[in-house]
Design a protein around this ligand. Structure first.
Ligand SMILES: Nc1ncnc2c1ncn2[C@@H]1O[C@H](COP(=O)(O)OP(=O)(O)OP(=O)(O)O)[C@@H](O)[C@H]1O
Ligand SMILES: [Mg+2]
Length: 277
């Protein structure tokens, strides 16, 4: 094993180790206090009472939400509820809003999208926006544009390939010739190339066959195990809430329910709105 490979290996192991310790502490705190609320620590993302309008028409009306470090939080809601708008507001690609958005305690509303990416938030939109003629690896490398250190870029690439071995096998293949699930892996992998501290995924399983849906959500589960902080919007609500630590239900731009994945799945509101029972 050469030096960069060794360094990458040590980096990944250290990351796993730290995530493991953090997860252990979370469990101890939960056990000791006997509570389910996980946001004991400062939330990494703290959205306070935001309002978004499109051409003067309100779409999000005073929405507050938190994501804790290492948490997987799922946002569910029917079509047009404002889920993608919420993620776009965080990334400042939709700039018309009032309220506050704090990331690691720092106000990010008003910053440029590029600066928000540099702070460590990555958004994988509904439309994957891959460059079809470029290879898998070229698409992945595009995600590393905010990272200067070549060794770090190689470590990130190794990490992405360790998560998605299939992408390594197909690294020279044109992105347009990949299956839908593989393209989603490239979109997520490209996000991971920039060393994000929080990954926001907008309907990663949209339009995929059921077997690929499982594969993509399994990928999200693996990232969660690696200690990644994830804000997930997903149509496959049952699977997503089983995977998530906590969830929020949005209806016409407002949070109408929140709780642990299990609490939401068992709630009357959720069962009637999403499961039709
Ligand atoms: N650029 C825009 N201009 C005007 N209205 C918009 C724009 N983008 C979204 N909207 C409207 O805002 C509302 C919320 O849209 P958004 O895309 O956030 O919903 P969503 O919850 O992500 O829905 P879906 O599950 O279908 O993706 C919808 O009524 C939509 O028509
Ligand atoms: Mg959407």
């Amino acid at each position: 094993m050469n030096t960069p490979q060794l360094a990458a290996g040590i980096g990944i192991l250290a990351f796993r180790q730290l995530s493991g310790i953090a997860a252990f502490h979370k469990i101890v705190i939960r056990f000791y206090l006997g509570v389910v609320d996980i946001t004991m620590t400062e939330p990494i993302l703290d959205i306070r009472d935001i309002r978004v309008r499109y051409a003067g028409l309100p779409v999000i009306h005073g929405l507050s939400l938190t994501v804790g470090q290492g948490e997987t939080v799922c946002v569910v809601g029917s079509n047009g509820a404002g889920k993608s708008t919420l993620l776009r507001a965080i990334m400042a690609t939709q700039r018309t809003f009032e309220g506050e958005i704090l990331f690691k305690g720092k106000a990010i509303h008003g910053l440029k999208t590029e600066d928000i990416v540099r702070l460590g938030i990555i958004y994988v939109p509904e439309e994957k926006m891959l460059f079809g003629p470029l290879s898998v690896e070229e698409n992945l490398m595009l995600g590393a544009y905010v990272v200067q250190d070549k060794q770090r870029i190689q470590q990130n690439l190794d990490f992405v390939y360790s998560l998605f071995p299939r992408l390594e096998e197909r690294r020279r293949q044109a992105a347009s010739t990949l299956s839908g699930g593989e393209q989603q892996m490239v979109a997520i992998g490209r996000g991971l190339m920039s060393n994000p501290e929080m990954l926001m995924l907008d309907e990663p399983s949209l339009g995929l066959a059921p077997i690929l849906v499982d594969e993509v959500l399994d990928t999200v589960g693996r990232l969660k195990k690696e200690g990644m902080t994830i804000l997930l919007v997903e149509q496959n609500v049952r699977e997503a809430l089983v995977l998530a630590d906590r969830g929020y239900v949005i209806q016409t731009g407002k949070i109408v329910a929140q709780g642990s994945g299990k609490e939401l799945l068992d709630s009357d509101l959720f069962r009637s709105a999403f499961l039709g029972i």
